[in-house]
Ligand binder design. Structure first.
Ligand SMILES: NC(=O)c1ccc[n+]([C@@H]2O[C@H](COP(=O)([O-])OP(=O)(O)OC[C@H]3O[C@@H](n4cnc5c(N)ncnc54)[C@H](OP(=O)(O)O)[C@@H]3O)[C@@H](O)[C@H]2O)c1
Length: 336
């Protein structure tokens, strides 16, 4: 019998690339996708993918679909609690153990809420093996903490029935290849703010650093996890230990601003390639309509992580082009 997978967020940047990767690598899997809007070419592109229509608040539909799947790969909105709860409820209805691979993000360890290192280098690099206890007990209010905590609460009480993995990527770059959104979030938001400032920018020293990963390297982690789930869990760690960073490199905000400045000047989109120093107060007002403090998180904070678990279990060796190699294409996609 073909393994049954249920995938959410299949029209998004990450989820769409996950869907495309799984369907193309394993056409033998029986895949169902939750879609609230079905792209017009979806069934032509993925003729064997079943569609369940609904959004993340269609909790009965989600639970029902999850109860029919052995493996759920949940993407799209790392913070939406009702959809996550509905997936878990559905999976727990199954008589046999099932797998939940949930998308989180390294915002959970970012230092954006404390002023100590904002705009400067925080020496702390988080390991998903050595720092796991601290990562999984981050205070409420850290990004993605409430949904990580929801999963962890079930890990303890339903250890034998529900096998979970939390995939926690850093900032992602490179083109996605799903049926919907194919751009990551960072560069469109950065470009939006650059237009208001008039230059690529950094705050303070700009030495704050964040980890990054190419979307295709991230897919390597997803594929290993899905294949391990299909193999009855073999080869991966689940539950308490099922926590996976995916970082491949780091960049500081001033390095990103310098590189972006050169590209945008070459394109005639800004007058000078020289990045502009702005105040922390100014970045803190940026993107506030999306989330208070988002500008500080995106442009002034550190979030440094090391993918120790994927390396230990899967021999994870990121091999796709670097952030610097793809930045021009990522920025050009924003200019269209
Ligand atoms: N991109 C990054 O660098 C990055 C890094 C780490 C973590 N993350 C986290 O990963 C998550 C996904 O990121 P992304 O960049 O893939 O986002 P995205 O491109 O905006 O994709 C979002 C996906 O979720 C679906 N979706 C959102 N709300 C929904 C709802 N209420 N009902 C049904 N479907 C819904 C969207 O469907 P529609 O097409 O119908 O809108 C789309 O398929 C986010 O929570 C983000 O914080 C992102």
């Amino acid at each position: 019998m073909a393994p049954k997978l249920f995938i959410t967020g299949g029209t998004g940047y990450i989820g769409g690339t996950v869907l495309d990767t799984i369907v193309k690598t394993h056409p033998e899997y029986d895949v169902t996708a939750l879609l609230r809007n079905v792209p017009s070419n979806f069934s032509t592109r993925y003729p064997n993918v079943h569609i369940v229509k609904g959004d993340y608040d269609s909790t009965d539909i989600i639970s029902d679909a999850a109860s029919k799947a052995e493996i759920v790969v949940h993407n799209g909105n790392s913070d939406h609690q009702p959809s996550l709860q509905a997936l878990i409820t559905g999976l727990l209805r199954r008589p046999t153990p099932s797998y939940l691979i949930h998308l989180s993000g390294t915002g959970i360890v970012a230092d954006w809420r404390t002023p100590t290192y904002l705009t400067t280098l925080n020496p702390r690099i988080w390991s998903d093996i050595h720092d796991l206890a601290e990562i999984t007990s981050r205070p409420q209010g850290e990004l993605h903490r409430h949904t990580d905590a929801l999963i962890q609460s079930y890990v303890c009480s339903h250890r034998d029935k529900l096998k979970t993995a939390i995939v926690c990527p850093p900032d992602i770059y490179g083109p996605g290849r799903g049926p919907g959104r194919t751009q990551s979030v960072y560069f469109p938001l950065f470009w939006n703010e650059i237009q208001k400032v008039g230059a690529a920018f950094y705050a303070g020293e700009g030495t704050n650093r964040r980890s990054w990963v190419h979307v295709e390297d991230l897919m390597g982690v997803y594929l290993k996890l899905v294949e391990a789930a299909v193999a009855g869990g073999e080869g991966a760690e689940w539950g308490v230990e099922g926590y996976y960073f995916a970082s491949s490199q780091e960049a500081s905000q001033i390095e990103i601003a310098r590189a972006a400045g050169r590209i945008l000047k070459d394109q005639g989109r800004i007058e000078s390639e020289e990045p502009m120093q702005v105040s922390l107060d100014q970045v803190n007002t940026m993107l506030g309509d999306r989330m208070p403090g988002l500008g500080t998180y995106m442009f002034a904070a550190n979030s440094r992580t090391r993918a120790d678990r994927a390396k230990k279990l899967f021999g994870y060796e990121p091999s796709h082009p670097s952030l610097w190699d793809t930045m021009e294409a990522d920025l050009l996609a924003c200019l269209k």
